[in-house]
Design a protein around this ligand. Sequence first.
Ligand SMILES: [Zn+2]
Length: 217
Amino acid sequence: MSETIRRHPEAATLMSYAAGTLCEPLAAVVTAHLSMCEDCRHEVEDLELIGAGLLGSLAPAVGPAIRIPKRPLECEALTDAPVVERRRPDHLPAPIAQVYGLGFDTIPWKRLGPGVWHHRLELSAGVEGDLRLLKIGPGREMPDHGHGGSELTLVLDGAYADETGEYRRGDLQDADEDVEHRPVADKIVGCVCLIASERPARFKSIVGKLLQPWTGM
Ligand SMILES: [Zn+2]
C-alpha cells in the first residue's frame, strides 16, 4: 500500500502486541493498522523473532497481520457470505472486514447525536474494553474526554485533528490515560475511524456525561 502513514503505535504497544499481552480491543486496532503499514509489520516481525530467541525457540514467528480477535461468529462461517459490491473495498482493513463480515459501505451506522454515528464491534465473551467504528461528520467534534486506560484510534477515511496534531488514513493515535483530547473531523470529508479502549472513556463535558450511559463510551 503506497499511502503515507505518519503516526504509528508506540514502541511499548507494539512490544505488548508481539508478546501477545495487548488486550483484545487494542490488539484488533493494531492488527488493522498492521494490515495498512508495512513498517510496523516488519517491526512486529522483528520483535516476535527477538521474543522467540529469548525463549530459546527456533520456531519462526507467525505473521502478525492475520492475528484477529476471537469472537462468537467464527471466520469460517463468513467464507461463503455473498460478496457485497463496495465502492471503496479497501477502506475497511481486511482483518476487520473478514472477522465482522462488513464492508465499508455496509456498516450499519447508529446515530449517536448530530453528525456522529457509531457501530459497536463485538468482543469475545468476558473481554473488557470497547471496540467500535465511529463516523464523524465534516467539521464536527467529539466531546472532550480523558481515558481510564489506553485508547487507540485508527483513521480509515478522511481525517481528524486534536491537540496532538492531525491524523489521516492509516495513522494511529496511541493515547494513554494522561491524554485528554477533543478530536475535530476534517471540514470537508469528515472522518471514519476504528477506535478501541481498555476501559470506558471519561467525558468532561455535560453533554459527554449525558451521552455516556447511552453510548457506552
Ligand atoms: Zn505503522
